[in-house]
Design a protein around this ligand. Structure first.
Ligand SMILES: Cc1ncc(COP(=O)(O)O)c(C=O)c1O
Length: 408
């Protein structure tokens, strides 16, 4: 059922070969139609929509998301994106000078900037866990433990870590890190931007302090659709951005039903996205099974030696993004190592690869440099056949050869 032939349920033009779902997601036709309808219903008679529909639609949607995440809906807020989620948590967290923030070296850039902002603003201590991949679950947990041990001190500490990192696209042992945070009295903030839809997230079992996920990635919603979970112990501290009419002395979730005039229409499509997942795809498990098959196929094709991941996972290590090392000869290695050290050169290179891939081949594969090697990141999706990744990789190699001569 899934594969390239399933792609006509999405909006992609026929000549496009989409291999990069992880960056911006993609919307099925039926969800797009609901989205258009939602915009129309909102705009055609604003008084009627805003007075009688807006709040009930938001409540209905937040309850549906609560079921997917196995938490009470009163702990959830619908927000535009994961960046907003991390900003809300870090800007509202009751920091005082001398508190500590712990993060990893592979944190998503925008989230790293948010942390940098509060660290400077409040005079906080910053501890960076340097993750070098590939690694093992044991080694990574050991690194967190070491930093947590030395953080035992007066003052609060909060640790931010990914469920699935963006670049390289690896799965972190976030459930175990959360458990360790609790042991050490450290506040846990899971950047799960890539998690809802891809992984089976059970927030009651994970029991973190904060968690955010985009729904416009692996849950097929239009961009501008994400969720923030706030553990009840923090409800009083966390306000929407912007603060609006529903303020103190109201349940946490109510502050996020309406917070400033805006376009809330992607939230009203959550039911439609879940219907697509159930009715067209047969449910989350069927999607996971297919994407796992693609990721296993990629691993078999490129060989375990070239796969960049966290080995030795004690639990489920499902990940729809597969990161593969790119072999380079000595000259190529030297060229790219220098290019990725120089911001201007790196930007030029990335722009060239984007343009060349999109214009010549109507495709794009994410790539980056980590721990002295180049990698590509494939996104496994229900609208792809395995051979498309191999085709895409060959195109990537061609583009990279041209990049060396064109971007010097
Ligand atoms: C790990 C991670 N965190 C946060 C974000 C930010 O997501 P957004 O740009 O939708 O706010 C991303 C985006 O890809 C991400 O990969």
């Amino acid at each position: 059922m899934f594969g390239k032939s399933f792609r006509d349920r999405f909006l992609f033009p026929s000549e496009v070969v989409p291999l990069n779902h992880g960056s911006f997601g993609a919307v099925p036709r039926r969800v797009y139609q609901s989205y258009q309808q939602a915009i129309y219903d909102d705009l055609k008679f604003p008084d009627q929509f805003m007075f009688s529909k807006q709040a009930p639609e938001m409540e209905k949607s937040v309850k549906l998301v609560a079921r997917v995440l196995n938490t009470d809906f009163t702990n959830l807020a619908l927000i535009p994106n994961a960046s907003t989620g991390i900003n809300i948590v870090f800007r509202d967290f009751p920091f005082v000078k001398g508190d500590t923030v712990i993060l990893t070296s592979i944190i998503y850039g925008a989230c790293g900037n948010t942390v940098d902002y509060v660290v400077n603003r409040y005079g906080l201590n910053l501890k960076v866990i340097d993750i070098k991949l590939p690694s093992t679950e044991q080694a990574i947990l050991g690194q967190f433990k070491e930093v947590f041990e030395e953080t035992r001190a007066p003052g609060k500490a909060i640790c931010i870590y990914d469920a699935i990192c963006s670049m390289p696209g690896i799965r972190m042992p976030f459930e175990l890190i959360t458990r360790m945070c609790k042991q050490y009295g450290i506040t846990s903030c899971v950047d799960g931007a890539h998690s809802i839809g891809m992984l089976n997230i059970d927030l009651s079992a994970i029991d973190c302090d904060f968690y955010t996920s985009n729904m416009h990635k692996w849950m097929y919603l239009p961009r501008g659709c994400a969720v923030l979970f706030v553990n009840p112990r923090w409800h009083d501290y966390i306000m929407p951005f912007p603060i609006s009419h529903t303020y103190k002395n109201e349940p946490f979730y109510k502050r996020f039903i309406f917070y400033g005039s805006n376009n809330y229409n992607s939230f009203y499509c959550i039911k439609d996205a879940l219907d697509f997942i159930q009715e067209d795809c047969g449910g989350f498990e069927k999607i996971r099974e297919y994407c796992k098959g693609l990721s296993d196929g990629l691993i078999a094709h490129f060989g375990q030696d070239r796969i960049v991941k966290v080995d030795g996972a004690t639990g489920d290590d499902l990940n729809f993004m597969v990161t593969v090392k790119v072999p380079l000869d000595q000259n190529q290695h030297e060229y790219f190592a220098n290019a990725f050290k120089d911001k201007e050169h790196e930007t030029k290179l990335i722009k060239f690869v984007e343009n060349e891939s999109l214009q010549k081949y109507k495709t794009f594969i994410q790539f980056g440099w980590h721990n002295n090697f180049m990698y590509v990141r494939f996104s496994c999706q229900i609208y792809n056949d395995l051979h498309e990744y191999f085709w895409g990789y060959e195109r990537f190699e061609e583009v990279m050869k041209n990049a060396i001569s064109e971007c010097n």
